[in-house]
Design a binder for this molecule. Structure first.
Ligand SMILES: NC(=O)c1ccc[n+]([C@@H]2O[C@H](COP(=O)([O-])OP(=O)(O)OC[C@H]3O[C@@H](n4cnc5c(N)ncnc54)[C@H](OP(=O)(O)O)[C@@H]3O)[C@@H](O)[C@H]2O)c1
Length: 262
């Protein structure tokens, strides 16, 4: 590995690292040499996933907490910082939830839950991370958005709002923290085969229908999210700041219609 992609000696936090895209991000960051703190709510899956990475020779630690609990978010970053002698180089705010609800049936509780998990929690984690990073003059923060941070779609108003909000937060923090050596960017995934899509994948023909709109003609493999984020948290991405990088097979950058509808 060339040095510009190396994360040797660095400390990273990846939320939602027990499965799906977050696990692949944690793996890719650990493969580049960083110690990775993996977080999620479910302790068993988190420990199993950490054990998998340790078995591959990587240095990982775990912290189980619920992003809905603001005090737990603050405590997690402060405790990790203390355990690492004040060092935190990388924060990846990956964990997120979706909720399918037509607007007419939508509840305030769903709105609060989605915004709380997808926007409020990353805000608190970024704030606490910045307090550790700024005195050292270096940091890489990557917030995980969605293609729905860039475009809208039906029946997921809370989710679309949360990811657009997270994109705005990313840009605001990039503007403020750049002078302190901290970059803040967003990686915006398209359609990947993970648990978050269980609801839509159960719909007949959905997987194929989505593929027909994507120039690459397929859903993403979670591994393909890991490498991009490992680049975004490396020194190699040093002049990238406030950017929303879509990783979606070309979905949001092109206008592909199914052949029979074209
Ligand atoms: N997969 C896609 O197609 C896709 C597309 C666009 C955007 N994204 C975004 O990519 C990110 C990862 O998605 P994914 O598909 O990998 O999801 P996933 O497979 O459902 O995994 C979500 C992860 O977040 C953790 N998590 C969820 N709620 C949490 C909470 N309240 N507190 C703490 N941890 C929590 C989960 O662990 P526990 O349940 O144990 O807490 C799990 O580790 C999300 O932000 C999602 O919006 C995904």
């Amino acid at each position: 590995m060339t040095k510009r992609f190396s994360l040797e000696g660095q400390v990273a936090v990846v939320t939602g690292a027990s499965r799906g895209l977050g696990f692949e991000m944690a793996k890719a960051i650990a493969e580049s040499g960083a110690k990775v703190w993996m977080t999620a709510r479910g302790v068993d899956q988190l420990e199993d996933s950490a054990a998998r990475l340790r078995a591959e020779g990587h240095e990982v630690a775990t912290r189980a907490f619920d992003l809905a609990d603001g005090a737990a978010c603050v405590a997690a970053i402060r405790d990790i910082g203390a355990a690492e002698g004040g060092r935190l180089d990388i924060l990846v705010n990956n964990a997120g939830i979706n909720a399918w609800e037509p607007l007419a049936q939508a509840t305030t509780a769903t709105w609060d839950r989605v915004i709380g998990t997808n926007v409020r929690a990353p805000y608190l984690l970024c704030r606490e991370a910045a307090r550790l990073m700024a005195p050292r003059g270096y940091g890489r923060i990557v917030n995980i958005g969605s293609a729905l941070a860039v475009v809208g779609r039906e029946n997921v108003t809370a989710y679309v709002s949360s990811k657009h909000g997270l994109a705005g937060m990313t840009r605001a923090m990039a503007a403020e923290m750049g002078s302190k050596g901290i970059t803040v960017n967003m990686m915006a995934p398209g359609y990947f085969l993970t648990e978050i899509n269980t609801t839509i994948l159960a719909r007949p023909g959905y997987e194929k229908g989505v593929s027909s709109r994507i120039p690459l003609g397929r859903w993403g493999d979670p591994e393909e999210a890991g490498g991009v984020v490992a680049f975004m948290v490396s020194k190699a991405s040093g002049y990238m700041n406030g950017h929303v990088l879509t990783v979606d097979g070309g979905l949001t950058e092109t206008f592909v219609l199914p052949v029979d509808a074209a």
